[in-house]
Design a protein around this ligand. Sequence first.
Ligand SMILES: [Zn+2]
Length: 431
Amino acid sequence: MKTECGTTIISNGQLIDGTGAEPISDAILIFTDGRIIYAGAAKEAPELDPNARQIDARGGTIMPGLVEAHFHATYFNIRTLEDLDIKYPVEYVSLLASVNCRLALECGYTSARSGGCLFNVDVWLRRAIEDDLIPGPRLSPSGREICSAGGLMDWNPEFRKIGMEGLVFIINGVEDARRAVRSLVKDGVAWVKTYPTGDAAAPDTNDHHTLCMTFEEMNAVVQTAHNHGLKVTGHCRATEGIKNALRAGYDTLEHGTFMDNEAMDLLLERDVPVIPALYFEKASVEKGPEFGLSQRVIDGHQETLDGGAASALRILREGGRVGMGGDYGFGWNPHGDYARELTYFTKEVGFAPLETIRCATKTGAEIAGFDEEVGTLEVGKLADVLVVDGDVIGDISILEDRNRLLGVFQGGVLKAGTLAPRIETQVTVDG
Ligand SMILES: [Zn+2]
């Protein structure tokens, strides 16, 4: 990914650095050749280069680019789960995924950590983004997900005689678990996404209190993945599934819905980040009827929304790390709505705006493994920066509106926002 040449000065705004520190009013951010050389009060800034590019933040906010920590580039706003593996061939899914990546960047998401993808599309999206062929977030890729036979993702009945080669590895036992991870090693992914537990979406056989993998399978995944330098995460709702994941050595937890005291102790002992992805639940409750979800499924999503919100707040208050990522890519929770997760956490879960922003920037970058380069506005880091028209502390929902993004910078390059040379038309992909 190319970085900008020359110097840019962004002034006339409050600066939020992403560390959780209080905003600095009337601040200046300066970056040269794509790297930040000053972030602080205007009155203490070094002498300004008269030839530098000047960006006026118009009294708004200068902040780090956002990190979507549970991103599914290849989920194409599906209306039913079954669409994921049978509706389109991988060729078309790849094109849809590239559009989703562009959209994420235009929404201010300069980095993303994948929560699983179809085939091996993520790895090649990362390559295309890194090579500046397509715009998109810096991507920490996952691959095909891993679930045990009969578990949440093994939904095709036997009589259909179709497997799930594009979406998941269906495993039976530790040998299959190792084989699946070894395939992912060869694919070149950074993350192995697994399904330790079920979900409210499948109330008959794999609800949110059901385990979908054995501890031995999970342990085999982690041992094999860590041996090859890959990280492991998992869809963890049921309390026992959370504990199994923590004991097996998982690197992050997706959802972490039903935490108890013992699970909290295990979590904090290793400081494992959790990505609750609550907006998926909220959207499932609110728009479920419109999309044909049964009342039983909707009630289950309400239970996991309530449980997940309480757990997320507890994790943050007890000193744990929470990432922001809303599991977007379903018809009722489409790509482009990413920042609704931030609004929900701030206005309904009880996170302070600065806490939500820290989770969505610094913590997100830590989860993605990009924290040495991006995630905060600090000297020496790459200039992944948002310039927002308005006070995001006063109203964080401003971030939902792309028209309020004046600039989206990646490595100092102005890639999107109303000040960008080319303003993208509205992109919506309806699967
Ligand atoms: Zn997901």
